[in-house]
Design a protein around this ligand. Sequence first.
Ligand code: GLC
Ligand code: MG
Length: 243
Amino acid sequence: MKFLLVTDLDNTLVGDDEATQVLNQFLLSKRSQICLVYATGRSHASTSELIAQKQLLAPDYLIAGVGSEIYQDGALDLDSAEDLSQGRDKMAIASLTQQFSPLKSPYPKEQNPWKISYSLEPTAENSSTVQAFPQKSTESGLPAQIIFSSNSDVDLLPQTSNKGNALTYLQKRLQIPSEATLVCGDSGNDISMFEQDVRGVIVGNALSELLEWHRECGTENHYLAGSACAWGIMEGMAYFWEF
Ligand code: GLC
Ligand code: MG
């Protein structure tokens, strides 16, 4: 049987170099049984830099831009882009964001045709901006999804684009059952993965937005690891897969 391991990068697979290398070795020993997917908020270019810098294994698939893009062997999967990004007019969303004073300067390298991202200071004013966004976008007839992570990262995406929908797209295509699919993450942009019909590991260093989600919505399919980063992933693999 093939297992599907879908892991976030920053502060999940990456964050403790020793743990990353121990997990790499373990995955190498099981490489033929595991389909390895990285799911990140980063662009393809920035992910490639991180893979080289941290000596990560080459994944079978890369879910980049918070689920707005899927790559296989460096090539964008155009079917998924079509599928995950319906109903999106980037320019219209950009004009909507201009009504929100704190959302002014997207970080240029991390934008793609389906994703606009900002970094915000964690102030009360900014937090109410983020909370008001879904209603504003619906009222303007430009329904968009807003994902808030790490107390500062704001991603605006089509309603169908997120890491969770992207991984389910792959899971269905690969026909891997839910008990053989494990997702791993630490922050807000990982929540959509835990909402799928999968098993999930929340690493020990997870941020408050994900811990809060777990308190409210967690089930027996979600494992809260005691240890941080890749050590937590290994705990989760042992817990669900008895590896
Ligand atoms: C990564 C991306 C950034 C995004 C964040 C949260 O840091 O570079 O654009 O906002 O993840 O998803
Ligand atoms: Mg992360």
